[in-house]
Design a protein around this ligand. Structure first.
Ligand code: BEZ
Length: 219
């Protein structure tokens, strides 16, 4: 059975978090939301990730993106752990909620289980999963990392910029794109439509096939 993936609505689960009970859809609201899981509290890589996300929080807020952490341990453990996280990354304040999942019900429904990791009692642990959820509550992008690999927060911010650019204009972002770089026009847009949609103009790359599908513009 495939788990939660791109295009699926995120289940509207009720979560127990460091900021009280909440339903996922209420928390997403009309904006975007990044739901990100961690194998366990008081573990090294997770501590660095949570601190860096807290540091980047103002950048996500500018883009209308809410952050929602998840680790299996209980809320009391999360609250203690946050003190370490903030101490390790000076200037970071964990203002986003972190959900608890001691029964491992949430991680199963959000496709966040790491089959290779378990705690000392043999309970399953979450992978480093990350879902970017859109205002329609659907998953726009997912990242799935093992416990041993910390995520790159610049990349998380970059993919949000790409998703929001693509949602606003009929464009896509090419390899290694970063904000400010040219974007490509979606293949579903004809040249005639592109002239209307991009009055600033666009450049078509001359390819051996002579097919005019690689068109760059600035938005
Ligand atoms: C960590 O966060 O460093 C970690 C957690 C679980 C397994 C391996 C590493």
């Amino acid at each position: 059975m495939p788990g939660l993936t791109i295009g699926d609505a995120i289940p509207n689960l009720e979560l127990e978090t460091t900021q009280g009970k909440m339903r996922i859809h209420d928390y997403v609201g009309d904006g975007y939301c990044i739901v990100f899981s961690h194998p366990a509290d008081f573990t090294p890589v997770c501590t660095t990730e949570l601190g860096m996300l807290a540091k980047y929080a103002p950048e996500f807020e500018k883009r209308g993106v809410r952050l929602l952490g998840l680790s299996c341990d209980d809320v009391e453990s999360h609250k203690e752990w946050i003190k370490d996280v903030e101490a390790y990354t000076p200037g970071s304040l964990v203002t986003y909620p972190i959900a608890a999942d001691p029964k491992r019900e949430v991680i199963k429904q959000l496709n966040m289980v790491d089959p290779d990791e378990e705690d000392a009692s043999g309970n399953q642990l979450p992978s480093r999963a990350l879902h970017v959820v859109g205002p329609d509550k659907k998953v726009k992008l997912s990242m799935l990392y093992p416990a041993s690999t910390g995520r790159n927060m610049d990349e998380v911010l970059r993919v949000v910029d790409s998703l929001q650019k693509a949602a606003k204009h009929k464009v896509a972002t090419p390899v290694n794109w970063k904000p400010g770089d040219p974007v490509v026009i979606s293949p579903s847009v004809s040249n005639e439509e592109a002239k209307q949609m991009f009055p600033q103009g666009f450049e078509t790359t001359d390819l051996p096939s002579k097919k005019e599908y690689l068109r760059f513009t600035e938005v």
